[in-house]
Design a protein around this ligand. Structure first.
Ligand code: TRP
Length: 445
């Protein structure tokens, strides 16, 4: 099968586009705030280096060696007699579920771009009421913005891996970097900047708790889009003589850099205005808008930039959630790309609609199961169960099932024997055990 190929920078930007998302700009700062600052950041950096990069390389290996969609990849790379491994490829369902609620959050972001231009709330109370009111009562408005985010995502994917996904990333990622650097530059002029740096980089070791370690590991997983077939799918289009180690480290590095910049910027604002960093998920949608609303016209400008950056980060991630299942349907099931897009589109739209309604007063009773709203079910099911399972399956497959000479051949071009053995050790023992501990302990907590 002839597969089209990314350019070198195309792969790095596309994979970084997938990795850099709402997880970096929205989730990482509030998790840092909720888990005690510097100590959390340190554990997070450690898990990215030891666990994130190792697993990322494992997924790159599966994609690059097979050059096929995840289901075919697991089937083809498994030795005779173990072809049942193709079922592991169905991890491509996970990102479809993630896309359903991720697109809703992207809708909120679009609404906040509009708000930033028109009128921002000028007190924390008003901002809280506005955000809460939108999520729990505004059905039509949320459906409107959700639908726009939905079509934008599917439009890009419909244009294909190279003309759609690579191109969108080559345009949007540099713009995202520019906006974030500009915002960071402004944040450096604020008196809160020093406090923000201290808060993020001077660890208070007493704040390292089992819970903050678990949170850091979970975040490392989500932020690098691991355990869901995304990196496998993108790696199928790697150019032939690509230094896989260098590319992977670049992606993880960019992802980490963006998370840190977002954190520094957001905490600079927070401290400058004497607010508390441990605000939780509302940090972006409540705390910051109220502060910008209080700053006058300049605040509107900063706010537009921030939410546009979030929208760019969001859409380059959303497209990476859809592509793996489309690749599977096209290559394995031999369905046309258009048909595949319609099928996955209908699924995402219906699930997204149910998730949206599950936040609405008066309707949520109809979409609540086991005491959890459908939105939360999708979120928890994917991040607490499906992604970790995908990660563990990937480790077992690469560590124990694939022919080792293939891996050796692929990697020894870029790394020494010692490094290769260290990586294999991480994939066979360290990563799966850590992921297992995290997953199980979340259930016990
Ligand atoms: N990594 C993205 C973020 O940080 C989210 C993301 C993109 C993702 N693709 C994914 C998460 C696939 C899980 C699976 O926001």
């Amino acid at each position: 099968m002839q597969v089209s190929r990314f350019s070198r920078v195309g792969f790095i930007l596309a994979a970084a586009g997938s990795a850099v998302g709402l997880g970096n700009v929205w989730k990482f700062p509030y998790m840092t705030g909720a888990n005690g600052g510097g100590a959390f950041v340190m554990v997070y950096l450690l898990t990215i280096v030891c666990i994130g990069v190792a697993l990322f390389l494992a997924e790159v290996a599966i994609g690059r060696l097979s050059r096929k969609d995840p289901v075919s990849a697991f089937r083809d790379l498994a030795p005779e007699g173990k072809k049942g491994w193709k079922w592991a490829g169905f991890i491509v369902i996970t990102p479809v579920l993630i896309a359903s609620f991720y697109t809703i959050v992207m809708g909120w972001i679009l609404k906040y771009i509009v708000l930033s231009i028109s009128s921002l709330p000028n007190s924390a109370d008003k901002a809280g009421a506005l955000f809460g009111g939108m999520v729990t009562t505004q059905v039509g408005e949320q459906i409107f913005y959700f639908t726009i985010a939905f079509f934008a995502t599917f439009f890009i994917v419909s244009r294909g891996l190279i003309k759609g996904i690579e191109k969108a990333n080559i345009i949007l990622m540099p713009l995202l970097f520019i906006i974030l650097f500009a915002l960071m530059g402004y944040a450096m002029t604020l008196s809160g900047f020093g406090d923000a740096m201290k808060y993020m980089f001077v660890p208070d070791f007493s704040k390292i708790t089992p819970n903050s370690v678990l949170a850091a590991l979970g975040q490392a997983f989500f932020t690098l889009s691991l355990g869901v077939g995304t990196i496998i799918t993108y790696a199928t289009a790697l150019p032939k003589h690509n230094n896989l180690l260098k590319s992977s480290v670049m992606v993880a590095g960019l992802d980490t850099l963006i998370a840190l910049i977002a954190g520094i910027m957001i905490f600079s604002f927070t401290f400058h205005y004497g607010l508390t960093p441990s605000e939780g998920p509302g940090l972006i949608f409540v705390t910051l808008p109220s502060l910008f609303g209080d700053m006058g016209t300049f605040g509107n400008l900063i706010s537009v930039l921030l939410f546009v950056a979030l929208a760019f980060a969001g859409i380059t991630s959303a497209i990476s959630m859809i592509e793996p299942s489309i690749a599977y349907m096209e290559n394995y099931l031999k369905i046309s790309r258009t048909k595949a897009l319609v099928i996955i589109g209908v699924v995402v739209y219906i699930l997204g609609m149910l998730a949206l309604l599950s936040n609405i007063e008066g309707l949520k009773e109809y979409v609540t199961y086991f005491g959890l709203g459908f939105f939360d079910i999708l979120d928890k099911l994917t991040s607490m169960i499906l992604m970790p399972i995908g990660g563990i399956l990937t480790c077992i497959f690469v560590g124990y099932v694939i022919d080792k000479t293939l891996l050796r051949e692929l990697f020894l071009e870029f790394m020494g024997e010692k490094f290769f053995n260290l990586w294999l050790f991480l994939i066979r023992f360290v990563v799966p055990v850590c992921v297992l501990i995290v997953t199980v302990s979340k259930f016990l907590a």
